[in-house]
Write a protein that binds this ligand. Sequence first.
Ligand code: ADP
Length: 350
Amino acid sequence: MSIVVEQLARRFNRGGSPAVSKVSFQAPEGAITSLLGPSGAGKSTLLRLIAGLEIPDEGRVLIDGVDSTQMPVQQRGVGVVFQSYALFKHLTVRQNVAFGLEVRRVPKAEREARVEEMLRMVQLEHLGGRYPGQLSGGQRQRVAFARALAIRPRVLLLDEPFGALDTRVREELREWLHALHERTRLTTLLVTHDQQEALEISQHVVVLSEGRVAQAGSPSDIYDRPASPFVASFIGGASVLRGHVQAGRAAMGALSVTAPAAAREGEPVHAFVRPHDIKLAKAVAGAASASTATGRVERLKPVGGYVKVFLRLPSGDEVTVEVPRSEFDALGVAEGDSVRADVRSATVFV
Ligand code: ADP
């Protein structure tokens, strides 16, 4: 494990709630680990504590097994890329990439060779003489990566590196980062609030909420087996249904699915249902089954190729369903209508 964080805590305002509260996790060596959570969850603070840009009130940071908690930034062997490119405007691309090497007094010949190697790595060898102001946002961010990688860091720390870019460029750079990581295999921490980004490019995900770890695991652990209603709704927008164990089944009103083996009779349960795991039909009397619920359409929200349907169940729980546009048109439902919701029970996680 090349980044280990133990019981890390940082509070900015005395008496206020801590930005990071006793956080422990391990970032597997050679993998991309995402720190994922909503705004204010403490992601950036955590990254800055690992980078050495903040000092924790409590806890330890180990990089490659070395306790780096009190170590100055330059000695940690970390490459950092921020959302705002933080390039030096008055320096050329080449000079920007060389910056960390000059600070570390790398001899000129080696420095120049390393800068060219880095520019090739980020496919900007033809733009070395330009100034940051003469580059696109995506190109600037690749310069920031080249500068971070030039010092041959042991770990790469990325704070929303694509957050300031438009959707199309962001998707391109995601692919690009994936390919770059395939080549370098550098242990990487990626701060993001975008669950799609985290699930797409990382092998390990640490979900943060209010300064704490809500869940850590592989993308499929997080998506298929959420540890809490928070994780279920934050990742993949699952609806949470409340119910109880009855005769070995998790019963949520008329709807019931197999209960977990360890569940005891009468115990309360939460069932998580994803928006595309429900099929809607016109309410027909007598069509009820264990995987069917009837609900009232509270609100419809067209979103490009599909329509989000917000249903209220008799239990009071709200369920979000995503219906492809063509199916929705064929269905012909309006706000206020009663509809039948058929749940793919195999996909429900209790
Ligand atoms: P995230 O990156 O998940 O959006 P941050 O780590 O930026 O979250 O912030 C976590 C909390 O700490 C927020 O409530 C934020 O306002 C607070 N915070 C972050 N940095 C500072 C600072 N330098 N001074 C005071 N409060 C801060």
